[in-house]
Design a protein around this ligand. Structure first.
Ligand SMILES: Cc1ncc(C[n+]2csc(CCOP(=O)(O)OP(=O)(O)O)c2C)c(N)n1
Ligand SMILES: [Mg+2]
Length: 387
């Protein structure tokens, strides 16, 4: 793939597989027979779609990073180096019926569920034609199976438990998946949600995305015990995968989702990865001070896209096929960027729309009638709750 010296982490700029890296990649995907079997069933189209998904995510982020440098945005939250966790997991689902609840670091999941890249960019620009009409940069679209996050980390955990409970009660063979950062596992909401999902055995998949850091707090500073202990604590299935290996992440999620779909309850997929930048674009220098250079070097050698590209070539995919995919993705992102910047000029939200769709409205209010609540009917037995 093309590299971008102005925007890529320095470890990625002249990326070539270091000695032993492709062998390590191969070993990872062949160590578990069940996973190896899942991977062997992937068609060439599916393999290239995984590649396209990771590239789309990387180039979406590079666009945002460029906008920050150009002063178009104040900052952006990126998933650089963590693309395989998001793309491998979302591709493992049945995207026509399953639901996902991505955090901002999983923006690539939105693209893969069918939200156009231009909408993602518009949301950052806060235009009137963005999905939230300029109100929020957390993106969702229930028609496309994407539950929008809120800022509070961990908050999606009980939400997806509830969604999964609905699937179970309706006897629908669907699953819902969310990603939770290592830091977010320290919230109350995470534990409430996990326990609820576990005891009710609902079809929810929790991908615990350990990128080794939460804002400026390293993993070792916020967790004393082993990360993979959580599944044992809740009495549910837990599997680990290499979060920089898109095929391993795909297979681990696919097997967990199959089990959940057939009534075996929730699962945790522990994915080890690394944040190759700052929490957002504003603290990249700090991240380099907080985390030892050897750690960046270790993970820098394991660029999820670079490794996958070389793996595919080693398996016989012609370079021309990879180039063609990359060319299409570059075109897609360029068009999205061009359209988004046009909207930025022409679609500034009107101040009087600021309160629209912020609060739930009654049907009467929507129809332009009085929104004053009607008094309860005589004989109504409904009591006003005391709290
Ligand atoms: C409940 C809550 N507490 C604190 C914050 C502030 N905050 C935003 S991101 C973040 C770190 C999250 O780390 P992690 O869960 O590991 O996800 P990552 O950013 O590494 O993907 C914190 C503490 C928040 N958004 N929500
Ligand atoms: Mg983290």
């Amino acid at each position: 793939m093309k590299r971008y010296s102005m925007f890529d982490p320095p470890e990625y700029v002249d990326w070539k597989p270091a000695a032993g890296i492709i062998e390590e990649y191969q070993r990872t995907i062949s160590r578990d027979p069940q996973r190896a079997n899942v991977i062997s069933q992937l068609t060439q189209k599916q393999l290239l779609d995984l590649y396209a998904g990771m590239l789309r995510f990387r180039l979406h982020d590079i666009t945002l990073r460029r906008w920050v440098k150009q002063g178009i945005l104040a900052k952006a939250w990126l998933g650089t180096g963590e693309e395989a966790v998001t793309i491998g997991s979302v591709h493992a689902l049945d995207r026509s019926i399953d639901k996902v609840a991505p955090m901002i670091r999983n923006a690539g999941a939105c693209h893969e569920m069918g939200i156009p890249v231009v909408d993602m960019l518009l949301e950052y620009l806060g235009t009137a034609d963005s999905p939230s009409h300029g109100k929020d940069l957390h993106v969702g679209d229930m028609d496309r199976g994407v539950i929008a996050p809120v800022s509070q980390v961990g908050a999606l955990c009980p939400v997806v438990a509830g969604v999964a409970l609905a699937f179970k009660q309706r006897r629908e063979p669907r699953v819902v998946l969310t990603w939770i950062g290592d830091g977010a596992t320290k919230t109350t909401a995470f534990h409430e949600g996990m326990n609820f999902a576990a005891v009710l055995r609902v079809p929810a998949i929790y991908v615990l995305q350990n990128n080794q850091i939460a804002l400026g707090t390293r993993f070792q500073q916020h967790q004393a015990g082993p990360f993979t202990a959580w599944s044992k604590a809740y009495g549910i299935k837990g599997v680990s995968c290499d979060g920089n290996n898109v095929l391993d992440t795909y297979a681990a999620t696919r097997l967990s989702a199959n089990l959940a779909r057939s009534g075996n309850g929730p699962a945790i997929v522990f994915a080890e990865t690394f944040r190759m930048g700052g929490h957002a674009t504003h603290d990249e220098k700090e991240a380099r001070e907080i985390v030892a250079p050897e750690v960046f070097e270790y993970w820098g050698k394991r660029d999820p896209i670079g490794m996958y590209e070389y793996y595919l070539e080693s398996q016989g995919t012609p370079k021309s096929a990879l180039d063609a995919v990359e060319g299409d993705v570059i075109d897609e992102i360029s068009r999205a960027e061009r359209d988004a910047l046009i909207s930025r000029e022409s679609n500034v939200p009107k101040p009087e729309t600021a309160m629209e769709n912020v609060y739930a409205e009654t049907r009467a209010a929507r129809a332009g009638k009085s929104s004053t609540p009607r008094p309860p009917k005589a004989g109504s037995t409904r009591k006003t709750p005391s709290k």
